[in-house]
Design a protein around this ligand. Sequence first.
Ligand code: ADP
Length: 404
Amino acid sequence: MNVLVINAGSSSLKYQLYDMTNETVLAKGRVERIGMESSILTHEVEGEPDVREVSEILEHTAAVRKVLDMLTHPKFGVLRAIGDIQAVGHRVVHGGESFHESVLIDADVKAEIRRLFDLAPLHNPAHMMGILAVEANLPDVPQAVVFDTAFHQTMPPASYLYAIPTVLYRKHKIRRYGFHGTSHDYVSKQAAAFLGKAPEALKIVSCHIGNGASCAAILHGKSYDTSMGMTPLEGLMMGTRSGDLDPAIVPFAMNKEELTLSEVNSMLNKHSGLLAISGLSSDMREVVQAMEEGSEPAKLAFEMYAYRIRKYIGAYAAAMNGIDVLLFTAGVGENSVPLRKRVCEGLTFLGLELDDARNEVRSGETRRVSADGSQVDVLVVPTNEELLIARDTYRLAIGPKGKR
Ligand code: ADP
């Protein structure tokens, strides 16, 4: 039983093929520079050298065709025939208020994703191209969509509404949606399983710290609040995104610097965060290295980044009237020893105590990094959004609720 997971961007398409009988990845890869002259397909199979193919791939249907050719390639492939793919799951960033969970794709679902283009103009149209491209290549294979926002649909209005005229919510659906939901859902359940407890018994603050970063307050297994908002710009300081700022800065800076709307958007999304403050890089590894070599701007960037995470953890502990588990995940959260240490140093008032030796251990497994006597369990939990997409797709397409 094989499930193909697709994450389609405007000029890229990532894929992972799962054998769901044992949840193993048979192959994964990506097509980059779709629509350009020299598109690149990179294909990886565990234990084999990576395959890299440069060709002209003008649109997503051709990209999916290439991926299917590679998966069934006599030398590099892992499948005998295309018919060995039983279902396809897509990552979709924005499900608005319409989608509280993953769903099988039909005409209504596609129409609703189109209606949501407005809320995620950079992402949802690209996902739709991916869906149509799979449909064109595999017309009889069931497809499912898994939304980044769905997990956060349990937030109460006090968490998701902005204190602005309600007409903006009623007319334009301006509200907090939150993102990284697939990851927060997956890692919070992994954390509960690791601790041998039910998610319903726990108050968890989940910190997904990658290029994009968000915290979520997960109360008794459900998202109660999260730091990203209507778009993934709000909340924590990120690699290139500003995170929270006084909204009055936007018209003020536009006026002073004579910026257009698109310039200010680009400034806040692409030229802010770690990159702007360090003046060096959006990559935490490079910032930490520069800091260790004595760079003051890098030190400031690191301090601001850690400080904001700590503030959100404190806020969410207050929001839930307690915290049992603090977890770190994604590129920075899973790998940056100094970042976890700096964040936790200011949280001793919660009875939270990090164990430095455990924090230094590098592993791809879920692990405890808090001291034995700590009142809060601090965990590092590797995220795996693709696996969750594959599981939901499998359940919907083939499982007891599925069509066949
Ligand atoms: P994305 O949001 O693109 O999915 P990831 O979760 O893959 O991001 O995180 C990517 C980020 O993880 C990189 O920008 C890098 O800063 C950070 N990262 C990866 N490895 C390390 C490491 N060993 N130490 C610190 N940061 C790391």
